[in-house]
Design a protein around this ligand. Structure first.
Ligand SMILES: CC(C)(COP(=O)(O)OP(=O)(O)OC[C@H]1O[C@@H](n2cnc3c(N)ncnc32)[C@H](O)[C@@H]1OP(=O)(O)O)[C@@H](O)C(=O)NCCC(=O)NCCS
Length: 182
């Protein structure tokens, strides 16, 4: 278990299934991810079971984000697509409910998993994709030191509109050179 200042990260498990199913069928949240296409309960169960297997095999690491204050489930954050040779991986996060956005949970969860990536997995680069209209996420990633290295144009179609996606990366050396690095 990894603790930040507001949240802790615990391995995702079947006890999170109902919450995950609810969030991943919420169009407001899903617009920031793959689009508003729903997923069946059984698909979400398979996703969690696969995440458990992937973690055991050290191929990806998906955590539930829980509030330190009251252990409330807030969302998920994960490292996946790990290339152990180049020590590079993808990062993804979702704070599930609108009422929990803008409360500092996302940045705290990201800081915590980034530290895990460097200090426990010995990774040296993290990357992510973010829809260009997701200004809050871009602000948070930039505040943590992620830099944009490319843009895919009109690559997603969400709620009747095409959107661009930016790709961002963060290097361990740059993170460790920051004043506020742990
Ligand atoms: C993106 C996300 C992870 C951020 O987590 P969060 O807990 O909401 O964010 P935080 O409270 O830690 O920080 C929010 C910051 O964004 C800023 N912000 C909010 N709305 C903004 C906007 N429209 N434009 C720019 N900045 C914005 C806030 O002012 C705050 O910055 P500050 O602390 O420097 O003042 C979360 O909102 C989320 O999961 N959203 C839905 C799914 C998603 O977008 N996932 C990411 C896909 S790439």
């Amino acid at each position: 278990m990894f603790e930040g200042t507001l949240v802790k990260l615990v391995p995702i498990g079947l006890r999170h299934l109902d919450d995950v199913y609810e969030a991943w069928n919420d169009p407001e949240m899903k617009q920031f991810l793959r689009g508003a296409i729903p997923d069946a309960y059984e698909s979400e169960e398979k996703w969690i079971r696969r995440a458990i297997d992937e973690m055991a095999a050290r191929r990806s690491f998906i955590f539930a984000i829980e509030s330190l204050e009251d252990e409330r489930f807030l969302g998920t954050v994960g490292i996946h697509g790990i290339d152990w040779v180049s020590q590079s991986a993808n990062l993804g996060i979702a704070i599930h409910k609108r009422e929990n956005w803008n409360r500092g949970y996302g940045r705290d969860a990201l800081r915590t998993i980034i530290e895990f990536a460097w200090k426990d997995l010995n990774l040296r680069r993290l990357e992510l994709g973010v829809h260009a209209f997701n200004k809050r996420a871009i602000h948070v990633y930039e505040s943590l030191g992620f830099k944009r290295y490319g843009t895919a144009h009109q690559v997603v179609f969400i709620r009747g509109k095409y959107a661009d996606s930016h790709f961002m990366e963060l290097f361990r050396d740059d993170w460790e050179a920051r004043d506020d690095a742990d």
